[in-house]
Design a protein around this ligand. Structure first.
Ligand code: PXP
Length: 260
C-alpha cells in the first residue's frame, strides 16, 4: 500500500435522539408512539446509538423509558442529563454507555445554549467524577468557545459535544455571514478540542444540509440529531400509513359485503 495515500476518513457516528417520539406520545398519554420502538427502528436503519434526555419536568422522556432503552437496545445509550443530584442518581442506577451533561432551564423549549463549564466548574466537576468512576463516558455540551473547551478538558471530561444550534439557525434564516462565522467557530473549536485530547461530537438543530456540511470536519466523530429527523419521519412515513389505514378499513368493510 502506498504510505502517502490519503487515509480513508473514519465513519461519522450517528446518535438518534428520540425525545420527540415521547413528546408525541405524551400529547395523548398512553403508550403510542413508543420511544423504544423508535429506538429499535433507528438502530435497524443504521443508527450507531440512541440519545434520550430525561428532563427535570419529564416533558418527553420518562424514567421508565430510560430504563427500558438501557435494557433493550443493542447500541449505546447516550443519556442527556442536567448536572443535578437527581439525574446523577438515575445515571448511576441506569449505567448508560454515555452521559451528556447539558444545561437545563425550565422555561426553555429545548436546550438553548451550551453548558457554562467555566462558571459552574465547582458543580460540574464532581458530577463528571462520579459518572466516570461508574464507567460512564461523560461528555459536556458546550459552545465552541475556547475558554469552555479548555475548562471542559480540565474538568476531566473525555468528550465534548459542540452546540451547533446558532449555526443551524443562521443557515435556515439565510444569514450567510453569520452562518460562515459560526461554522468557522465550530471548526476552530473542534480543532482546539482535539488538540486538548478531547473526543469531539456535535449536535442541535442539524438537518440533511447542515449534517452534510459538518461531516466535512475531520475532528468530529459523532453527531446527535433528533428534532429534524423525527419531524421528517412524519413525511417519509405518512403515505405508507394512510395506505395501511385504507387497507384496514377496506378489509373491515368486506365483512358487510360477505354478510349480504
Ligand atoms: N445534542 C444535545 C446535547 C441536545 O440537547 C439535543 C437536543 O435535545 C440534541 C443534540 C439534538 O438536537 P435536535 O433535536 O435539535 O436535533
Amino acid at each position: 500500500m502506498d504510505p502517502k495515500a490519503p487515509r480513508a476518513p473514519s465513519r461519522l457516528r450517528l446518535g438518534v435522539n428520540i425525545d420527540h417520539v415521547a413528546t408525541l406520545r405524551n400529547a395523548r398519554g398512553g403508550r403510542h408512539p413508543d420511544p423504544l420502538h423508535a429506538a429499535m427502528t433507528a438502530i435497524g436503519a443504521g443508527a450507531d446509538g440512541i440519545t434520550a434526555h430525561l428532563r427535570e419536568d419529564r416533558r418527553h422522556m420518562r424514567d421508565e423509558d430510560i430504563a427500558r432503552l438501557k435494557a433493550r437496545i443493542s447500541k449505546p445509550l447516550n443519556f442527556e442529563m442536567a448536572a443535578t443530584d437527581e439525574m446523577v442518581e438515575i445515571a448511576l442506577k441506569t449505567r448508560p454507555h454515555a452521559a451528556c451533561i447539558v444545561p437545563e432551564r425550565r422555561e426553555e423549549r429545548t436546550t438553548e445554549g451550551g453548558l457554562d463549564v467555566v462558571g459552574q466548574h465547582n458543580q460540574i466537576v464532581p458530577v463528571v467524577q462520579k459518572l466516570k468512576a461508574a464507567g460512564i463516558r461523560v461528555s459536556l455540551f458546550i459552545a465552541a468557545d475556547p475558554a469552555q473547551i479548555e475548562m471542559a478538558a480540565k474538568a476531566g471530561a473525555p468528550v465534548i459535544e459542540i452546540h451547533t444550534g446558532a449555526w443551524c439557525d443562521a443557515v435556515h434564516d439565510g444569514q450567510a455571514d453569520v452562518a460562515q462565522t459560526e461554522f468557522r467557530r465550530i471548526a476552530a473549536g473542534a480543532r482546539l478540542a482535539q488538540q486538548a485530547g478531547l473526543e469531539v461530537h456535535a449536535g442541535h438543530g442539524l438537518d440533511y444540509v447542515t449534517a452534510e456540511a459538518i461531516a466535512a470536519l475531520p475532528e468530529i466523530v459523532e453527531l446527535n440529531i433528533g428534532h429534524y429527523m423525527i419531524g421528517d419521519a412524519v413525511f417519509a412515513g405518512l403515505d405508507n400509513v394512510v395506505k395501511k389505514m385504507r387497507v384496514a378499513m377496506d378489509r373491515g368493510r368486506m365483512v358487510i359485503k360477505a354478510a349480504r
